[in-house]
Unconditional design. Structure first.
Length: 324
């Protein structure tokens, strides 16, 4: 299952030690980063992290502070990432390439860790920080430099979908199977890519269709337990025509219905793998993820996994027992 770890919490040390403890953690966690507390001598903060494939998400809660990366730190800063800051509370001022973008809750900005930058947090903040490998976006033909330190998400569109996807990922990752977490990381990367395309003025009919497909997928993942989750219901909920909905999935062989079924099977399989849910019956789990007919569920589960639900669960239980 996915895991979330607390990377740093200043409550672990005495008040007099918190400032050096914080600055050292920030430097090591983000591979070379200088932290300044606006001259404050008292500080509290904490950072928790989670992994979605190659994408790393962190939630930061702290007093006011700012961080800076010098040219030398950027050259020796480890793996290249594009880094996103998305406030839940407070604000952030992202400075890079001679620009500074101030973002507040409901917005986000992105910057390149291989170049100098500064992020100002002049009030107490709670941020979601997301790190995407730079190569996964730079290789897609984007002129990255012109898109850094821009304000995104405030006007809606795909950038808002990207923000909702990142926030949903943070909430759901602790209970997610590794394969699902990796797929979610790929979805985040795709949404960020579409957001940057839109910012660059290259929002084509293809990218708009891809953006709608991501909205549909997010809606499906939030409503897997609804047995009436049909194409018509999804189209109505998203305010689009059924034709637009089906066109959005034209490149995927199984279509919308196939996506819904695959995600339901994956959710059930993850539940069967979870030893904490061993007391829940197969029927209860199938119903919880939108299957209303147990024989149909058994048939499609076997077709996708090669095992009947009972056999799969027994095998998972045997693995858990062997690992004790």
């Amino acid at each position: 299952m996915g895991q979330r770890s607390t990377a740093m919490d200043t409550d672990q040390v005495s008040p007099d030690d918190r400032v050096p403890y914080w600055t050292d953690w920030i430097d090591r966690l983000f591979h070379g980063l200088r932290s300044d507390l606006y001259g404050d001598t008292r500080f509290d903060g904490r950072i928790a992290t989670a992994q979605a494939g190659d994408v790393v998400l962190s939630r930061l809660d702290s007093n006011r502070h700012r961080v800076m990366r010098s040219a030398d730190q950027a050259r020796h800063g480890g793996e290249a990432h594009l880094k996103i800051v998305a406030p839940y509370e407070g604000c952030a001022g992202v400075g890079q390439k001679g620009r500074q973008a101030w973002v507040t809750p409901g917005e986000w900005s992105i910057y390149d860790t291989t170049d100098t930058y500064a992020v100002d947090n002049p009030v107490r903040v709670e941020h979601l920080i997301v790190m995407v490998p730079k190569a996964q976006l730079a290789e897609r033909g984007l002129a990255i430099d012109e898109l850094m330190a821009r304000r995104m998400g405030g006007d809606g569109g795909i950038a808002r979908v990207a923000l909702e996807t990142m926030r949903s990922a943070w909430r759901e990752l602790p209970g997610m199977a590794p394969d699902a977490a990796r797929g979610l990381g790929e979805m985040i990367t795709h949404c960020v890519h579409l957001s940057l395309l839109e910012l660059a003025g290259r929002s084509t009919a293809v990218s708009q269709r891809e953006a709608l497909r991501e909205r549909i997928k997010q809606h499906v993942l939030r409503h897997l337990g609804d047995p009436g989750l049909s194409g018509e219901r999804i189209a109505s909920a998203l305010g689009v025509s059924r034709r637009a909905l089906y066109n959005a999935f034209a490149d995927e062989a199984d279509g919308v219905a196939g996506f819904v079924q695959a995600r339901r099977i994956e959710a059930c399989r993850a539940a069967f793998d979870d030893a904490r849910l061993s007391e829940r019956s197969i029927t209860d789990i199938a119903l919880a993820f939108g299957f209303s007919n147990l024989s149909h569920f058994s048939r499609v589960f076997r077709a996708r996994t090669g095992l009947a639900p009972s056999a799969y669960r027994a095998a998972a239980a045997a693995i858990h027992q062997a690992q004790r």
